[in-house]
Design a protein around this ligand. Sequence first.
Ligand code: HEC
Length: 130
Amino acid sequence: MQRLNIIPAPARVIKAALVTLAVLLALSSISSGQTEAEKGKKIFQEKSCAACHTIGGGKLAGPDLAGVTERREEEWLKKWLKSPETMLMSDPIAKEMLGVYMIPMPNQGLTDEEIDSLIEFFESEDAAKK
Ligand code: HEC
């Protein structure tokens, strides 16, 4: 008869642990709940993009990126951010920019995820200015 009291105990412990885990997961996803655009903004600041680019503050070593999602296709931006050196050899728009800015943008070693976040960030900046 003793056993009947003992058996449910582990189940209760497991259930309590699962509930605690679920609560912790919910809390952590709220506190790290950055939007894609916010992630992109952080990457823009941390990856030294801002050393060569402003968004609406004029040219630096590279073009002002205000309106970039309007003048370039998303696919173009993805290819550019993934491998500017390839684009500078093969893409007419990239070649033309190089002729104006005279320095090749260095490859920033971005992951596909970082590239998506950056494009979301540029889109949100462009949308905010309309
Ligand atoms: C050392 C300076 C430098 C850094 C750092 C740099 N860029 Fe550039 N970027 C340029 C230059 C210069 C161009 C113009 C094309 C060329 O000459 O290579 C350019 C072009 C671009 C363009 C295309 C602009 C247009 O009008 O089509 C985008 C988008 C861009 N850069 C995004 C970024 C992002 C995002 C980062 C950071 C992850 C970054 N750049 C870091 C110099 C830089």
